[in-house]
Design a binder for this molecule. Structure first.
Ligand code: HEM
Ligand code: HEM
Length: 185
């Protein structure tokens, strides 16, 4: 049985759910916004794609805050002692930056909509209002931040995945297994 909470050996079910649901939504959000470029503006799908991008993004803010709280109140399994010291530091820095960017990515998106004068409906459950009068200057600032953070996430997640693969196939340790619902070696 997988533990609910993290142990010194592995991540528990709750961390695994947060990790994979948030990672999954972020990937879907890149797909939606890039795919939208190929849909004519006259096609209603064009609007549907961005509305779904926004609603899923706000969901990431909520899940991200809960993830950070869970992370701060839980043990975290240490990397195996055989991992080189600089890789331990690199992994820690990447994880901490990703945790911050999981929040900043959707927050800048939300603010770009707020200052752009467009309300955000979250699956019809609630709506985050926009400023009555759009402020182009701030909208552009948040758009630029949203775009740059999206590139930084692509870089860091690539590094993150390479790290996971190095542990799996080069060091042949439990690091990838412990964030998956599978038995440890
Ligand atoms: C998981 C969170 C999110 C991710 C990964 C994400 C990712 C992206 C990316 C990659 C772009 C394209 C940037 C470019 O032009 O190069 C974008 C654009 C945009 N995002 Fe997000 N976003 C997220 C959350 C949000 C949220 C919460 C909102 C608003 C409530 C939002 C609103 C927008 C808008 C309005 C655009 C511009 C679309 C366009 O001009 O075609 N995003 N986002
Ligand atoms: C958008 C995609 C992703 C994001 C934002 C993300 C973010 C994170 C964060 C913040 C942590 C640290 C958790 C903590 O400190 O408690 C983490 C851990 C981890 N992630 Fe990801 N991740 C993503 C995708 C992936 C993918 C695709 C893989 C596998 C190929 C992966 C494998 C892992 C592993 C193995 C750990 C645990 C590392 C350890 O044991 O110290 N992640 N991820």
């Amino acid at each position: 049985m997988l533990p609910l909470k993290n142990t010194t050996q592995r991540f528990g079910v709750i961390t695994q759910l947060f990790h994979w649901i948030i990672a999954g939504i972020i990937i879907v959000n890149y797909y939606l916004v890039y795919r939208r470029d190929y849909i004519p503006e006259t096609n209603p799908d064009n609007l549907a794609y961005i509305l779904l991008h926004k609603a899923l993004g706000v969901t990431v803010i909520i899940l991200g805050v809960l993830f950070v709280i869970w992370r701060l109140t839980n043990t975290k399994p240490l990397l195996p002692s055989s991992t080189p010291h600089y890789e331990k530091i690199l992994a820690k820095a990447t994880h901490h930056t990703l945790l911050v960017l999981i929040l900043l990515m959707p927050l800048t998106g939300l603010l770009l909509s707020v200052f752009g004068g467009r309300p955000t409906s979250v699956f019809g459950l609630f709506t985050i209002p926009a400023l009555a009068e759009a402020n182009k200057e701030w909208q552009t600032i948040f758009y630029t931040l949203h775009e740059w953070i999206s590139y930084i996430i692509i870089g860091l997640v690539s590094l993150h995945v390479l790290g996971a693969l190095k542990h799996q196939f080069f060091y042949k340790d439990n690091v990838l297994r412990r964030i998956l619902p599978v038995k440890l070696k």
